[in-house]
Ligand binder design. Structure first.
Ligand SMILES: [Zn+2]
Length: 388
């Protein structure tokens, strides 16, 4: 199967983040088995999902992990002009389908390279690491990265995460955390606003605290020019509460996210906010004893990626991708999680993130070709005794 046929096959499995991925997993496992490659699975507790990893080449230190996720985002409510789970070639140089770009394109490039990889005398091993549930919070990658470290006696050196980056090496990624805040106040006639505790008024104060916190960090000069924007952001994207203008709201809820540059610390910001909430509770309980503020995690922390420009992985990716310009991103990806396990990590893959997660997602044929070329260049480099 060529890369386009492989991509069509992968797109045909409508495995969404959060759902069982056994269908696509088993197909990939069988595909690898046909080439004599044994896969190792890292299942979840319920045994209805699993990540996969395998090694091709000698069991020596210094290998390269190629990583990607098998799940995709939903298509509900999106206005698709093609059938999202049938890869469609409209003759405009683009291949349309859910996951074509994010990120089954890269998986197809990896699988298409197998015949070449097994016929090459690799001096260092190449690993595949394919995860599930990336799209709902990069949930499986930490365990997958740990499993790789534990399973193999040798230690891989690099991890290349093939998220769509237009084949640019991505060396930095902001850390991400999402929280829900629930405020429980007391209801009453609006004329009694000084006697009751409005959940909306208090939510507003908390939101203002969060916005001020962001501004404070910026004003303190905690910035990082590699990122756009070059500072940590705190944003409230959802708010609800109240039933009428003349009724004091006893409930309010807002949902917010933090995206941190490596210099800032998610846990520190969250615990300072929590401290402020406890302080407000103390004050307002004098007026209404049952007043409380609940902070509930909506999305686990996805750690930042902070690969330095002079790390070997950056030069490696520059060499194999033919792209000299590095960049950073503010979206969640698994690169920081692989870096946390000690692998030099960076993102680089075919397709543009601008096409991800939307209707009529596509990858251009030329990007797909560049992805194949990158892996070909990597394999060639790894057949050289000087590869390190
Ligand atoms: Zn992705």
């Amino acid at each position: 199967m060529n890369v386009e046929e492989l991509l069509a096959k992968l797109v045909s499995f409508p495995v969404l983040g959060g759902e069982s991925n056994l269908s696509i997993l088993n197909w990939i496992k069988d595909y690898l088995k046909n080439y004599g490659i044994q896969s190792n699975l890292v299942p979840n507790n319920e045994n209805n999902k699993a990540s996969l990893h395998c090694r091709i080449g000698p069991p020596v230190d210094g290998g390269v992990i190629l990583s990607g996720h098998m799940d995709v985002v939903p298509v509900d409510g999106q206005d698709w002009k093609t059938k999202p789970f049938i890869l469609t070639d409209k003759g405009d140089g683009k291949l349309y389908g859910r996951g074509a770009c994010d990120m089954k394109g890269f998986l197809a490039c990896c699988l298409a390279a197998i015949p070449e990889i097994i016929n090459t005398d690799l001096k260092k091993p190449l690993y595949f690491a394919f995860s599930y549930d990336e799209e709902i919070g990069c949930l499986a990658a930490p365990e997958l990265a740990r499993a790789i470290k534990k399973y193999y006696k040798e230690t891989p050196k690099y991890a290349i995460i093939g998220e769509p980056s237009m084949m640019k090496p991505i060396i930095g990624q902001k850390g991400i955390y999402i929280m829900d805040t629930y405020v429980h106040g007391s209801a009453g006639h609006s004329s009694r606003i000084k006697q009751e505790v409005s959940a909306i008024h208090e939510a507003m104060r908390l939101i203002f605290w969060l916005e001020s916190k962001m501004d404070l960090l910026i004003n303190q000069g905690i910035t990082d020019k590699r990122f756009h924007p070059p500072h940590t952001t705190i944003h409230i994207g959802q708010i609800n509460g109240g039933i009428a203008p003349n009724v004091i709201a006893d409930k309010a809820h807002f949902c917010w996210d933090i995206r941190t540059i490596p210099k800032d610390n998610i846990d520190k910001i969250v615990s300072e906010f929590d401290e402020y909430c406890r302080k407000r509770e103390k004050v307002l309980r004098e007026k209404y004893s049952k007043f409380r503020i609940e902070n509930i995690e909506n999305h686990p922390v996805v750690p930042h990626l902070d690969t330095k420009v002079d790390e070997d992985v950056v030069n490696l990716i520059k060499a194999i991708s033919g792209n000299n310009q590095w960049d950073t991103v503010s979206y969640a990806a698994e690169a920081g999680q692989f870096a946390n396990e000690g692998f030099q990590s960076a993102i680089c893959g075919p397709g543009s993130i601008a096409q991800a997660h939307r209707a009529d997602e596509f990858i251009t044929k030329s990007q797909l070709k560049k992805g194949v070329k990158m892996i070909h260049n990597l394999v060639k480099k790894m057949s050289n005794t000087n590869f390190n």
